[in-house]
Design a protein around this ligand. Structure first.
Ligand code: FMN
Length: 463
């Protein structure tokens, strides 16, 4: 039986257990205080026993290419050497930290963030091919401002080398591994997706870009553990027939293993940057928070446009189905096809659910053939905004195994019993919207914040 507490190796590096913090925006910027902010953000997960902490996407170029405000850039060796306190802090707790590398391409701030665009009118967006019709339509109605620079073959190679250089700087700073932001409509997904990629050169095969990224990382950073998200674009209704299908996704993962990637994170989504990424409810409270309104208006170019985005968001969040562990089936299919570790994330909230992903045999009778496990490591994202030390409640101890409280330790707090083995996060997404203003990633739902305070008082997160 595989347990969450069992160690696992990625690219020859041992991770002390199979629980990871999925990459999230830290909004830590690129400033002298960035290392301190990142430590504050990431260390609590490691302190609570999480085996692998992933630092959210960082940008490999000095300008443009940032999908969201206040992301950290990692193109400068001197700046990156200053991030050493991050791996040190996590290593002190016995955990490992991977840093994610990204370029936004057509998802960059200079396309959608009105105030940023005004500050940088000359920035062009890197594009794999001519932008798709839907994006051009948004440009025509003024929601986007597209000035795309379609990359030449030589420029694609240079971009891949920038991923390699940044990886080298991060490894020199002490990071344990590199994670490629392969999904969420970043430039890697734009290479992989037939919706974006209509090139006729060697990079018409999008995996070729990931191959060049791999080669550059091996050149600059050596045999460091290297993993990537693998996207499929299954969550979008027809008539979009040019998309990454499940079969494509499995084939991509297989090829990545042959190229030399050490792990994959299969994720289902769409070709766009939409609520598929953060399935859950419409973030009512976040959109209404008056102190953040000026920031939304700045980002979306005025009050009415911000309202239009909110309305589209409301519609889309009703349409997108939120089911627990929504990437499970895709992960299972990929895991059957590869022998490198498969990391599963997306809507996982209970210890019971985690156990099922790692070893479904436990809940099957001996006469019944159990399905194959879906994952070798299991990750949670938003729940760490709500409970930075969540690991303490999911790892170890029988008291964490129950989700209904029947086997849970009895204690003076009803909260404690009810939530044993279950993350407090309810996918209400109030954490996500403020990040378009560059605001810190944190839970903004009062009932959850109160519950966490209760648990803290109870000492549930203590060592
Ligand atoms: C605010 C926010 C920022 C995110 N940033 C990243 C990122 O930088 N890179 C990435 O690959 N995924 C990112 N994700 C996706 C998460 O890693 C994760 O896949 C997603 O939140 C689903 O997991 P969850 O339901 O446990 O939150 C982000 C998600 C959220 C909510």
């Amino acid at each position: 039986m595989t347990a969450l507490e069992d160690p696992v190796a990625i690219g020859g590096v041992e991770i002390p257990n199979r629980l990871y913090r999925a990459p999230l925006l830290e909004c830590a910027g690129t400033e002298p205080r960035t290392p301190e902010r990142l430590v504050r953000e990431l260390e609590p997960a490691a302190a609570s026993g999480v085996g692998l902490v992933t630092q959210g996407a960082t940008i490999v170029r000095p300008e443009s290419g940032c999908p969201a405000p206040r992301m950290t850039r990692v193109h400068d060796p001197e700046f990156v050497s200053g991030l050493a306190p991050v791996p040190e802090a996590i290593g002190d707790h016995g955990g490992r930290v991977f840093c994610q590398l990204e370029h936004g391409g057509l998802r960059s701030l200079e396309i959608w963030h009105s105030a940023y665009r005004e500050r940088h009118p000359d920035f062009r967006q890197l594009a794999v091919s001519r932008p798709p019709r839907a994006l051009r339509a948004l440009d025509r109605v003024g929601m986007f401002d597209i000035d795309a620079q379609v990359l030449s073959t030589a420029e694609v190679r240079e971009l891949a080398r920038d991923f390699g250089r940044s990886a080298g700087y991060l490894v020199d700073a002490g990071y344990d591994g590199i994670h490629i932001a392969g999904a969420n409509m970043g430039i890697v997904q734009q290479f992989l997706s037939p919706y974006y990629n209509r090139r006729s050169d060697e990079f018409g095969d999008g995996v070729r870009f990931l191959e060049c990224v791999h080669d550059a990382i091996r050149e600059f950073a050596g045999e460091v553990p290297l993993i990537t998200k693998v996207p499929v674009e299954t969550e979008f209704p027809r008539p979009l027939d040019r998309r990454i299908t499940f079969d494509d996704g499995v084939r991509i993962a297989r090829r990545l293993e042959r190229i030399g990637y050490d792990g994959v994170v299969p994720v289902t989504g769409s070709p766009f940057w939409d609520t598929n990424l953060v399935r859950g409810t419409y973030p009512e409270r976040a959109w209404e928070t008056s102190d953040l309104q000026p920031g939304y208006e700045e980002a979306f170019g005025g009050r009415w446009r911000a309202r239009a985005v909110a309305a589209a968001h409301r519609l889309h969040s009703r349409w997108v189905e939120e089911k627990p562990a929504w990437n499970r089936e895709f992960c299972r299919r990929v895991r059957e096809a590869v022998s490198i570790p498969v990391c599963c994330e997306g809507g996982i909230r209970t210890r019971e659910g985690i156990d099922r992903l790692l070893d479904p045999s436990a809940e099957h009778g001996s006469s019944e053939a159990a399905p194959e496990p879906a994952a070798d490591l299991v990750g949670l994202g938003r729940p760490f905004y709500a409970e930075p030390r969540l690991g303490a409640r999911l790892l170890d101890g029988e008291e964490n195994r129950s989700v209904d409280g029947t086997e849970a330790k009895s204690g003076p707090s009803p909260v404690r019993d009810r939530d044993a083995g279950r993350a407090l996060c309810r996918n209400c997404n109030n954490c996500t919207i403020p990040q378009v203003t560059g605001a810190k990633g944190t839970c903004r739902t009062p009932s959850i914040v109160r519950e966490r305070a209760w648990l803290e008082k109870e000492g549930v997160y203590d060592d």
